[in-house]
Design a protein around this ligand. Sequence first.
Ligand code: ZN
Length: 106
Amino acid sequence: MLATDPAAAAATVLATLPDPETTARCCNPGCAELCTWDSGRNGPPPRFHHKSCRMAYARKRRVLIELRDAYQRVIDEARPTYDQAAQLKRRVQAVQMQLDRYPLID
Ligand SMILES: [Zn+2]
């Protein structure tokens, strides 16, 4: 139960809740490095441990989207046979599984 005095409520929360972790794995699925947030500095916590990871992430995401869309265009526009369409749909799903590991960040 929070105190009615806002300053007291904040003090209670600060005193009772644990400090959140300030280290997390890099958001690039192919990277095992850790990001550490210096909470004493301004700015949001880092999502990538290095600029190269941010760029690799964006590049991989873009390639997966283009691949998924290319398969989908063939399904929609090229009049594939039933078996071809089934194969293409499986490829779309496989790419989507990978793409799910690369959500839009920022
Ligand atoms: Zn990284």
